[in-house]
Design a binder for this molecule. Structure first.
Ligand code: HSE
Length: 313
């Protein structure tokens, strides 16, 4: 059956997940972005509207992450058609929740469906990574890969690209608290030192391996002990007022561990149940309130499915 339009939801993601800078990420159930893609007789990609961004995002298709990703896909499959995109932002920008990633993923999945699925889901990943390059200057995959594929993702290697989905325990619940300030990923990357001491590399490798082992063996104690980032978190906390208080509140309310979500300012915690994750969210929000920051709380088990096709028409 041939369709003219496809509407797709792609989920928010938590990147880095403690020690895994640029190599770990997982998908949430909510929030997420929606994109409506429509076949067009004109060649190329055109954005007809963006809602929910307060006018902040570019309509220009060489500057917009979703349009850049779709342009790459159309070129790869030598499509005859052009595409128009409507982008509905349903999560905050510059939040550390993978907003640019969700739009790019929703867009390429929608277009791939419209064109009769010429590529497998995982083959869409490089196009969404080019969207990230436009958004922040680096084609990091730790938001786009989990948004596209669902679940908890390890990027074992960038060159060549080697993506591994890691099973997670059923009860594992993420709490993400977004304070109403904006941190641009590009800025949060620019402040990072380019070299690290050997001792830090050893500590970080231990935690990376420990987190994966903890997830695979459903060992919540090991997950908690491993959710420690001794390299990037200490350099970025200055961008997030109240970070230490919020982390302290999360751990006090029973979280296994807590760190910055992506490049911030959102902070995430992992818990062993939805009930604890909900209580952790209340404690984290109260801690942000005590430094006079209003925040939103999202509580979600790991989203193992990824994007959802909402409608084809
Ligand atoms: N790994 C990226 C960073 C994620 O921390 O810069 C951005 O969401």
């Amino acid at each position: 059956m041939l369709y003219n339009t496809a509407q797709v939801f792609a989920p928010a993601t938590v990147a880095n997940v403690g020690p895994g800078f640029d190599i770990f990420g997982f998908a949430m159930h909510e929030p997420g972005d929606e994109v409506v893609a429509t076949l067009s007789p004109d060649s190329g990609v055109r954005i007809t509207s963006i809602t929910g961004d307060g006018g902040a995002l570019p309509l220009d298709s060489v500057k917009n992450t979703a349009a850049v990703a779709v342009t790459g896909l159309l070129a790869r499959i030598e499509a005859k058609n052009g595409i128009t995109l409507e982008i509905h932002k349903k999560m905050p920008l510059g939040s550390g929740l993978g907003s640019s990633a969700a739009s790019a993923v929703a867009a390429v999945v929608a277009v791939n469906e419209l064109l009769g699925r010429p590529l497998e889901r995982h083959e869409l990943l490089p196009f969404t990574m080019e969207g990230e390059r436009i958004a922040c200057g680096a084609a990091h995959a730790d938001n786009v890969a989990p948004s596209l594929l669902g679940g908890f993702i390890l990027i074992r290697s960038y060159a060549p690209l080697d993506i591994v989905k890691i099973p997670t325990p059923e009860g594992l619940t993420a709490t993400v608290v977004h304070p109403h300030i904006e941190v641009r990923t590009e800025d949060a990357r620019r402040i990072l030192r380019r070299t690290i001491p050997l001792s830090s590399a050893i500590t970080q490798c231990g935690n990376v391996a420990g987190l994966i082992a903890g997830l695979l063996t459903k060992n919540y104690g090991l997950i908690g002990r491993s959710l420690t980032d001794c390299i990037v978190e200490p350099q970025r906390t200055l961008l997030i007022p109240g970070f230490e208080n919020v982390k302290h509140a999360a751990l006090g309310a029973g979280a296994l561990g807590c760190s910055i979500s992506g490049s911030g300012p959102s902070i995430f915690a992992l818990s062993s149940s939805l009930e604890t994750g909900t209580a952790v969210g209340r404690a984290m929000r109260d801690a942000f309130t005590s430094v006079e920051l209003v925040s939103d709380v999202f509580v979600s088990p790991v989203n193992k499915e990824g994007p959802k096709i909402i409608a084809m028409g």
